[in-house]
Write a protein that binds this ligand. Structure first.
Ligand code: ADP
Length: 361
């Protein structure tokens, strides 16, 4: 299958006065598995439907394979879309559901048969060709929807929350299958999800949207390690966010007055040399918890706190610890035989200095 690029340049779309997409600029590479991640109402589906041709933008350009397709109807774009609801025909067999797009395109019968067979084999459903959708599990219906889309050999594959109708364990299995299928076909795939774990585990790169604005584009690792703002920091994974004021930034040292915690000193690498208000961010696993913090440990910034609650997660215990007027999440890897700190315990928590980053407010 040919690999195509998708480029959004300065795209704006409004419903009346409601600006739903605000100056979207995203370059999706040929063959990439690209996720659009954001909370409900952030504009993900609107953008996906716009790429499919179901929505029209008022400003900007949309290029598929370098060609501006603005104003072109969906059927001329040769873009395949899998809907959240699968939208299968309940009265047709699996075979006829998959053949549907080929019949519409008046593909000769013999070629239809060859292509349907191949598409069903690709998703592992050869044996179910004569069933109706109602006689299949959720995961199998999902695969029929995929087969029906890839059979027309689209330039780009668009998936709108494709796994949200499946239960948790099936979702994990299907996302692996989906990724394996995408790799086999090499087709550029754009995938909408509100589930950050789903995006992180599958996407080559992703765009995080909030209120119709692309907040950041990057690989899952880039977004996790280097979020550009508070929104991305808290939406991708769990993040502790402590607001405060930068007091000084001299040489290698940054001095911050954290609200409700007090003065702390960090390496200057923690952030840009901003003055004034900022947010200090760090992950729960960048913190250690200890009843008696070691003396002379320069690697960590030790603070005193009180355990408010804890949750046993298996691999780790997640504590909520009150420090001053703030509450922090602290993950401690679990080892058999290690006691848990009870609620009310007075503890030290040590922040690994190199893991803290300062974000603009
Ligand atoms: P998401 O997919 O991120 O949940 P949507 O793209 O569905 O978000 O919606 C983004 C915003 O656009 C929402 O505020 C929604 O109410 C609005 N919206 C979506 N479709 C329409 C429409 N056809 N007419 C008017 N407003 C719409």
């Amino acid at each position: 299958m040919k690999k195509n690029s998708v480029q959004c340049r300065g795209i704006r779309l409004a419903y009346g006065n409601n600006e739903v997409l605000k100056n979207i600029n995203v370059d999706i590479q040929p063959g990439e598995f690209f996720a659009l991640l954001g909370p409900s109402g952030s504009g993900k589906s609107t953008l996906l439907r716009l790429i499919a041709g179901f929505n029209q933008h008022q400003h900007g350009e949309l290029l598929i394979d370098g060609r501006d397709v603005t104003g072109m109807p969906p059927w001329e774009r040769n873009v395949g879309m899998v809907f959240q609801s699968y939208a299968l025909w309940p009265h047709l067999t699996v075979w006829d559901n998959v053949a549907f797009g080929l019949v519409e395109r008046r593909v000769p019968k013999a070629e239809q048969a060859r292509k349907v067979e191949q598409a069903l084999a690709t998703v592992g459903l050869e044996r179910f060709a004569q069933r109706r959708p109602g006689q299949l599990s959720g995961g199998q219906q999902q695969r029929v929807a995929l087969a029906r889309t890839i059979v027309i050999e689209p330039q780009v594959l668009l998936l709108d929350e494709p796994l949200s109708n499946l239960d948790k364990s099936l979702r994990v299995q299907m996302r692996q299958e989906l990724l394996a299928l995408q790799r086999r076909l090499g087709i550029t795939t754009i995938f909408v999800t509100h589930d950050q774990e789903e995006a992180m585990t599958t996407a080559d790169r992703m765009a995080v949207l909030d209120k119709g604005v692309v907040q950041q584009v990057g690989s899952p690792r880039e977004l996790y390690d280097h979020p550009v703002n508070e929104f991305v920091a808290s939406f991708v994974g769990t993040m502790n966010l402590l607001p405060g004021t930068v007091q000084s930034h001299e040489g290698q040292q940054l001095t911050l007055d954290l609200d409700g915690v007090g003065l702390v000193q960090l390496p200057a690498t923690a952030g840009a040399p901003v003055r004034g208000r900022a947010v200090l961010s760090f992950r729960p696993h960048a913190l250690q918890i200890d009843g008696a913090p070691p003396a002379g440990d320069a690697r960590h910034l030790w603070m005193r706190g009180v355990v408010e609650a804890s949750e046993f997660l298996g691999e780790a215990t997640r504590y909520q610890v009150r420090v001053g007027t703030q509450s922090l999440s602290v993950d401690q890897p679990h080892h058999r035989g290690v006691d848990r700190f009870a609620a009310g315990s007075s503890v030290g928590i040590g922040l690994e200095r190199s893991q803290a980053r300062l974000l603009p407010i």
